[in-house]
Ligand binder design. Structure first.
Ligand code: SF4
Length: 416
């Protein structure tokens, strides 16, 4: 029998649209009413997930065997790392923190640079509802993919009252966005930090004494300053292209300080945008559970935070991990190329709804998808938690259930 569900949430990207109509027969999804190709692909994943089988060293195994094998590896490991969870539901993220605590692991998110910066200087942020209702200048900085996302643009214009606003796109590569924006400003590669400092200086009325600004041309800088000064409420969406490079945490710090300074005269907020296909949340869950939002190490029996030492990339690049447990659909996002190469030297266990080709994959435990097979909750990129529904039956467990199973078994003594 056909069942039509209204207002279903999609966890296919950080926008977490919650207005989608899905038709099912209880066993599988028959139709998804969205024009978003990425959303269609996310709902379709549920068809492939059902055919995934647990593996141990590439050989098919039962679920119990794959879990037992993972537990054996964990019990032998001295320095395990838990990573991924970028597209996972809150209950899985919470279970992963519990497992890290239980086994003395390091746990990190792909967003640790942003977390590090915002811990230093604080974050002035808001919800998308506020942006939709009040913002009259929206600046997309290195967030081209978000700007090109039809669902996101529609969500900002669906309010009762249309707000006259200016849309500005800034960054190094501005390929996709020009048709949707009122103005684009190109910045010099590697000089975005300098551009922010120039902007802060001019907004504060500092006389640059005829010096050419760095990272941004003079006309664009003056135009940007004028736009900000004419606006009542400015919002920066800063995306993955802005957060790249070795100085990414410094850029985020500088932007956050700029936002605080603009607030002296008008409302101004910033919202960090994750890369395509990712959602947010692990940093929130880590912060509740441990007091720290990223790069947490439990080796001493209590949580310790040190971004230079306990970030997943640092641990892997310095060969300080002897087992990696990857969780979720997109578990490598946020790892550097070097860190990914180091995964070939250590055993890796993958727990998630999709297979990822890895050179040293010891075990794969397939899971169902929260939001299709299981209910739960997930964070939208503005930090708003939204409910997920489960409406299709499955023979697979959720990520949270698999992690809980491992926690209960890992407490027992090793059998080999
Ligand atoms: S924009 Fe993102 S959340 Fe919305 S339907 Fe597309 S993939 Fe899903």
């Amino acid at each position: 029998m056909k069942n039509v569900l209204e207002d279903v949430t999609c966890a296919g990207c950080c926008c977490v649209c919650d207005d989608i109509q899905v038709t099912t027969d209880g066993q599988q999804i028959l139709e998804v009413q969205t024009t978003c190709p990425q959303g269609q692909a996310w709902f379709k994943e549920s068809l492939q997930t059902e055919s995934l089988l647990p593996l141990i060293k590439g050989v098919e195994a039962s679920h119990a065997e794959a879990v037992t094998s993972a537990v054996g590896l964990i019990q032998k490991a001295q320095a395990p790392l838990i990573f991924g969870l970028a597209q996972s539901a809150t209950d899985a993220q919470r279970a992963a923190v519990g497992l890290a605590d239980q086994i003395g692991a390091t746990i990190d998110t792909g967003a640790s640079a942003a977390t590090r910066a915002l811990q230093q200087v604080g974050e002035a942020t808001c919800t998308l509802g506020e942006v939709r209702s009040r913002a009259d200048l929206i600046i997309y900085w290195g967030a081209d993919a978000l700007l090109a996302n039809h669902c996101h643009r529609q969500s900002l214009s669906s309010g009762a009252k249309e707000i006259p606003r200016t849309i500005l796109s800034m960054g190094i590569e501005l390929s996709r966005s020009s048709e949707f924006v009122d103005k684009t400003i190109s910045l010099e590669p590697q000089q975005e930090l300098e551009a922010i400092w120039n902007l802060r200086a001019v907004l504060k009325g500092v006389d640059l004494a005829g010096k050419q600004p760095t990272g941004i041309d003079e006309d664009s800088l003056q135009e940007l300053v004028a736009l900000i000064q004419q606006s009542k409420y400015v919002v920066f969406f800063y995306g993955p292209d802005f957060k790249q490079g070795p100085l990414s945490h410094r850029k985020i710090e500088a932007l956050s300080l700029l936002i605080q300074e603009i607030q002296a005269n008008r409302r101004c907020h910033g919202i960090s945008v994750p890369p395509a296909g990712e959602t947010k949340g692990l940093e929130n869950v880590l912060a509740w559970q441990t007091g720290y939002a990223a790069s947490v190490n439990f080796a001493s029996g209590y949580p310790r935070y040190s971004p230079g030492e306990y970030s997943a990339n640092a641990r892997l690049e310095q060969d300080e991990v002897d087992l990696c447990i990857l969780v979720g659909a997109n578990p490598l996002s946020g790892l550097t190329v070097n860190a990914q190469q180091r995964l070939a030297r250590i055993p890796v266990v993958l727990i998630g709804p999709a297979m990822v080709e890895l050179p040293n994959l010891h075990g794969f435990i397939p899971t169902a998808i929260s939001g299709i097979h299981f209910p739960g909750s997930i964070y939208r990129f503005d930090g708003t938690p939204l409910p997920l529904r489960g409406y299709v039956s499955t023979t697979l467990s959720s990520e949270a259930t698999v992690l809980a199973e491992i926690i209960s078994l890992v407490k027992q003594p090793a059998t080999h």
